[in-house]
Design a protein around this ligand. Structure first.
Ligand code: SF4
Length: 319
């Protein structure tokens, strides 16, 4: 039995949980190939023009997997806490996929709505295990291991200062530190983000991403907005920004957003306004399927050069 997991959207936040869970149940896990132009083009063919780029890419990843596994895992991610839900694209994802790819018949769909009760995730896992005719003890063991994996990934790895998914090689004493804020499925997909994080690291920048800021740090920022945003990932991003404005641990912020993203119209504006108030250099990078590497490199280089000059002037004034 093989279950395919598309390398897009929730993969970048919750993959360690589901990989461990399925493997411990004795099911082979196949992840779709790394994003490429071909995968993106397949997604573009299936989706409407106005859909956001991450959603288009998800469709391409489903196509990449659907003929080589028994099931493709497509979660309907509703909530993981009581304060917010995921963006409507996550809520309607299985329906959209079924409508856009009529020949896709092997979807494994689960509704993940953890605000219902403390035991919801456990119940979901039991239900999944029953689909594969696995017994209670095996399922329970798989669930515990999956929780451990996710916890380990979040706390030891991300909050240990290492950007996710093998982006290594940066030094804490780099002359410029920059926060790169955005949703994990944009930042950590090298194709979608045009390898922006690696590019910055190669320019001698120390990069901080929202996942590298501790949960406690972000929770301290909860009261900053009169009202929480409706969407889980958006709250993560905006709280990471507020924490950075407050602690001034970085020299500037880059917000990476996707063309066609509804929630980011609000998130980007809120951050831009507050960045001005805190005198924090701020750059918005909007990515769509046509964004070119050269144009992005020029913008990044100009931003980093500007920060270096600013920092040198400040240090000279203090000397
Ligand atoms: S939050 Fe934005 S980028 Fe993410 S799925 Fe929703 S619309 Fe797309």
């Amino acid at each position: 039995m093989k279950v395919g997991i598309p390398r897009a959207l929730s993969y970048y936040a919750y993959y360690p949980f589901f990989e461990t869970f399925f493997k411990k149940l004795g099911i082979e896990v196949v992840v779709s190939d790394e994003s490429t132009k071909e995968i993106m083009d397949m997604g573009i063919e299936d989706t409407i023009t106005d859909a956001c780029v991450p959603l288009k890419l998800f469709h391409g990843h489903v196509r990449n997997l659907m003929n080589r596994v028994d099931y493709v895992f497509v979660p309907r991610l509703v909530s993981v806490n009581r304060e917010a839900t995921f963006c409507p694209k996550f809520l309607g994802l299985p329906d959209m996929i079924v409508c856009s790819i009529p020949q896709f018949k092997n979807m494994l769909e689960v509704r993940i709505d953890l605000k219902k009760s403390r035991f919801e995730l456990f119940k979901i896992c039991m239900k999944l295990a029953m689909t594969f005719k696995k017994g209670f003890f095996r399922a329970y063991n798989a669930y515990l291991n999956a929780c451990y994996s996710l916890n380990n990934y979040t706390h030891q790895f991300l909050q240990g200062g290492i950007p996710p998914l093998g982006i290594v090689g940066q030094k804490k004493n780099n002359p410029i530190s920059l926060a790169v804020l955005g949703y994990p499925y944009i930042l950590y997909d090298p194709y979608m983000s045009l390898d922006l994080i690696k590019k910055l690291i190669s320019m001698g920048v120390y990069v901080v991403t929202p996942e590298m800021i501790s949960k406690g740090e972000k929770e301290k920022q909860v009261g900053k907005l009169k009202k929480n945003l409706f969407w889980t990932f958006s709250n993560e991003v905006i709280r990471a920004a507020y924490s950075l404005f407050e602690n001034r641990k970085v020299d500037g912020i880059i917000h990476v957003t996707a063309f066609g993203c509804g929630p980011d119209f609000i998130v980007d504006k809120l951050m831009e306004i507050d960045a001005k108030k805190h005198n924090m250099p701020f750059l918005t990078v909007t990515i769509d399927e046509h964004t070119g590497q050269e144009g992005l490199n020029t913008r990044l280089e100009a931003f980093v050069d500007m920060l270096k000059i600013k920092k040198a002037k400040k240090e000279a004034a203090l000397a």
